[in-house]
Design a binder for this molecule. Structure first.
Ligand code: BT5
Length: 289
């Protein structure tokens, strides 16, 4: 089914996230469109959604594969009063909870409107979060978050990509170039989609709406600070794939640290015990395991 802003709105129960939806067939990057809208005065909570991206990107300029008709690529415009480094974690929790609730379950609309009805799909074995910005299903990457701040942190764009109905493989175009809805060869072992893991298609409109519902729920609590921040950190830990004394390698620029992931701090950084026994707090970087 096509992405349709009216259908998304029908499922929304938010007050400001998604109050304006800018829907595009194809863009370079939704984060760039969102930045343009934000500096031109568009409201907090406006959301840019595209069916495909030609220049979808991850962190450090890496590419985000964004084929048409199968994924969710969206950017939320926020104007927080203070810089909130943990926004990527807020988004991660929201994505994981939305996938858990919506993916492949034959949820009736009446159930959907009842926030207490958590119908988990038994086939969707495990949605989890990898620090700092990956969404994993059954241990493979099914989504990612790219949070970017502009105007000295007054505007924050939270970009979210989710592989929803991508099939396992797609034909190579003439010349050997990848050209379909599946994953290019170099990603086949580490990327997945909701459909690959469940065997069924998910309605992208419903999942988008639920993601925005969850995001508003957590974001509102988060900006209040204090105990609310601790709650989201706790929720992230429950959904985490990274913690639990897992052996990790952390790449920080040209340095690599080996150790075990001990904990997530309240400021969103990762606490690692290095092999020599010392503790290291990491606020940004790349974790491999
Ligand atoms: C991310 O970066 O995971 C953040 C991705 C954010 C994408 C959204 S889509 C809407 C918004 N507009 C944008 O332009 N971006 C955001 P990072 O942690 O750097 O991971 C990037 C790496 O993930 C790549 O180098 C690949 O190895 C892998 N990758 C690329 N496309 C993928 C895909 N569709 N599914 C799984 N892995 C992918």
């Amino acid at each position: 089914m096509e992405i349709d802003s009216q259908r998304i709105k029908n499922y929304l129960s938010t007050e400001f996230i998604g109050s304006e939806i800018y829907l595009y067939d194809k863009v370079g990057s939704t984060n760039d469109i969102a930045k343009g809208l934000a500096v031109n005065g568009c409201k907090e909570g406006a959301v840019v959604i595209a069916d495909s991206q030609s220049k979808g990107r991850g962190r450090l300029g890496r590419k985000w594969e964004s084929p048409a008709g199968v994924g969710i690529y969206l950017s939320i415009i926020l104007k927080p009063e203070r810089v909130i480094p943990q926004l990527t974690l807020v988004a991660g929790v929201s994505v994981a909870e939305a996938i858990n609730r919506i993916a492949d379950c034959r949820l009736q609309i009446a159930d959907f409107k009842n926030p207490k009805s958590e119908i988990r799909n038994p086939k969707l074995v495990c949605v989890s979060l990898k620090w700092p910005n990956d969404i994993l299903i059954n241990g493979k990457k099914a989504g990612g978050i790219l949070t970017e701040a502009i105007s000295r942190g007054k505007i924050v764009i939270v970009g979210i990509g989710i592989n929803v109905n991508n099939p396992t493989s797609s034909p190579l175009l003439q010349g050997g170039e990848w050209g379909g809805e599946g994953f290019p060869d170099e990603l086949k072992d580490k990327a997945t989609s909701i459909m690959i893991e469940t065997g069924n298609r998910t309605d992208r409109n419903l999942l988008t709406a639920e993601l925005l519902n969850k995001f508003e729920y957590w974001y509102r609590r988060f900006v209040k600070g204090g105990v609310h921040v601790i709650k989201i950190i706790k929720r992230w830990k429950e959904l985490s794939d990274t913690l639990g004394h897992r052996k990790v390698k952390v790449n920080l620029g040209d340095k690599v640290f080996d150790g075990v992931a001990l904990d997530l701090e309240n400021d969103g950084s990762l606490l690692i015990q290095l092999n020599d026994g010392s503790l290291k707090k990491i606020s940004a970087g790349e974790v491999c395991y």
